[in-house]
Design a protein around this ligand. Structure first.
Ligand code: BES
Ligand code: MN
Ligand code: MN
Length: 462
């Protein structure tokens, strides 16, 4: 494996050019207008996997966007690593806030990345991180260094809730058999502070609709006498958290697993600079649940947030109107052992119960996912830890993340596997935001680290 460093150095321009090719295709899963680009991306990923040495690669149809499946089986008696990733990306909006077009990848220097970062939608989440695995495989097959079997499952619906992946996993259960699942779709603490993600939050996403009168009304003639759905919705949403920023939905915290004092102390040891955090976001203070640190609020505690709220007149100038309807999109990030289906039900019941007379309230659940947490004493974690030690010269820190990859807990349930989250992104990568980028250094470091995981995992599985 020692030649991986040179291999990366000698091939880096090509590795970057190939990734750019993938980033040029706008694989926006949320927008049906991009259906063909989704197919095109899946085909390109399939071809890339064949070029990297897979014996078999297929674009598998599902009731939604296709999944790319590929494998290289060298010896059935050896362990099998299943790599998961996603080729779909978030919509690039708002477009006017991008410094360069989202699907015309360019490499630019930044403060954190003097060696350059690739700017494009999907650069980090997840095309760039997924492609590290393709190139790591290429190195191993071309240099006769692949120590075990490998399978790839690259989906196209992660950013819209992986709706059809459960179907796919059940349908392809036998083919997906594995000894460990490897995913790069998270981040690390800093370039010089490697970390392995040991937890993800779950999610319940829903939309609410409040209806008042049967038409928009003159706010002078009717204002004060008829319920204004926007006023009512604001009040209802405000009542969902109390003065300590605790969520007030009855039963919401019932299943939350609280960390022991010892675990919290351990967490507080992770490097984190609150002043720098505030400065980067240009805020004068942080905000959140009383009794918890910023790191805890963003990972081990559940949340409730309005993601969008609208209704009435939002055009130029003023229009005096009581809207007939008001809407909001709400997300709740969940922690072990909250059940998103139960939480969705609790929200719905509570929200409908607090609606005042004079309005009608409808709660429409969207999608969700279960939270995930994994111990660090598994073979997979230990192999990953050794791989980072090899390429970073430091032991990685286990860290629970605030983000969600809903499919991860389903993998554990359906495939009975341990999942290892080796993420190489940084907080500054602006995933889901304008100017998403991925450090060239991070990309190449990922390609360099992954083969070591294969080696150690195979050795340690004996
Ligand atoms: N890769 C992210 C999740 C992520 C990012 C986890 C960084 C940890 C660190 C993933 O693509 C994502 O965006 N997930 C969505 C959930 C999905 C149901 C839309 C999320 O977290 O909002
Ligand atoms: Mn992702
Ligand atoms: Mn994402």
């Amino acid at each position: 494996m020692d030649s991986i460093k040179d291999y990366v150095e000698n091939n880096k321009e090509r590795f970057l050019a190939e990734l750019k090719g993938l980033l040029k295709i706008p694989s926006i899963s949320a927008d049906p207008a991009y259906k063909n680009d989704m197919l095109k991306t899946a085909e390109v990923v399939k071809e890339n996997l064949l070029d990297a040495g897979c014996d078999l690669a297929e674009v598998c149809n599902t009731p939604g966007h296709p999944v790319v499946y590929a494998e290289k089986i060298i010896d059935k008696s050896l362990p099998t690593v299943l790599v998961y990733g996603h080729y779909d990306v978030q919509p690039p909006d708002p477009l006017d806030l991008w410094d360069s077009p989202p699907f015309e990848p360019v490499i630019k220097e930044t403060k954190i990345h003097p060696e350059g970062a690739i700017f494009a939608r999907g650069a980090c989440d997840d095309k760039g991180q997924m492609y590290m695995h393709v190139k790591a495989l290429e190195y191993m097959t071309k240099n006769d260094e692949l120590p075990c079997n490998v399978k790839f499952m690259i989906e196209g619906e992660e950013e819209v809730g992986s709706e059809h992946l459960e179907w796919f996993i059940k349908e392809y259960k036998d083919r997906l058999e594995n000894d460990v699942i490897l995913i790069s779709d998270t981040g690390m603490i800093a370039k010089d502070v490697p970390s392995i993600t040991t937890g993800l939050r779950g999610l319940s996403y829903l939309e609410v609709e409040v209806t008042g009168a049967n038409r928009d009304l003159h706010s002078g003639l009717y204002g004060g006498a008829v319920a204004n759905p926007l006023n009512v919705l604001s009040k209802m949403i405000a009542s969902l958290t109390d003065e300590n920023n605790h969520i007030t939905i009855p039963g919401f915290y019932d299943k939350v697993e609280n960390l022991s004092d010892e675990e919290r102390e351990k967490m507080a040891e992770a490097p984190f600079d609150l002043e720098e955090y505030k400065e980067k976001l240009d805020i004068d203070d942080v905000y959140g649940e009383k009794g918890y640190s910023t790191l805890e609020r963003g990972s081990i505690r559940p949340t409730l947030d309005v993601n969008g709220m609208w209704g009435g007149y939002i055009g130029e100038g003023a229009k005096t109107v009581l809207p007939s309807k008001a809407y909001a999109k709400i997300s709740m990030r969940l922690v072990p052992a909250q059940d998103w289906k139960e939480i969705t039900k609790l929200f719905k019941e509570h929200f409908e119960s607090i609606a005042p007379k004079g309005v009608r309230v409808e709660v429409k659940p969207h999608h969700g996912g279960y939270p995930y947490v994994t111990p660090i004493d598994t073979t997979g974690y230990q192999a990953a830890s050794k791989a980072y030690e090899k390429t970073f010269g430091k032991t990685p820190i286990p860290q629970r993340s605030g983000g969600s990859i809903p499919i991860v807990s389903l993998f554990e349930k359906e495939l009975k596997s341990k999942i290892i989250l080796m993420g190489f992104g940084l907080d500054t990568d602006a995933i889901h935001s304008p100017n998403e980028n991925f450090g060239v250094w991070n990309y190449l470091k990922g390609i360099e680290t992954i083969p070591w995981f294969y080696k150690y995992f195979t050795e340690m599985s004996k």
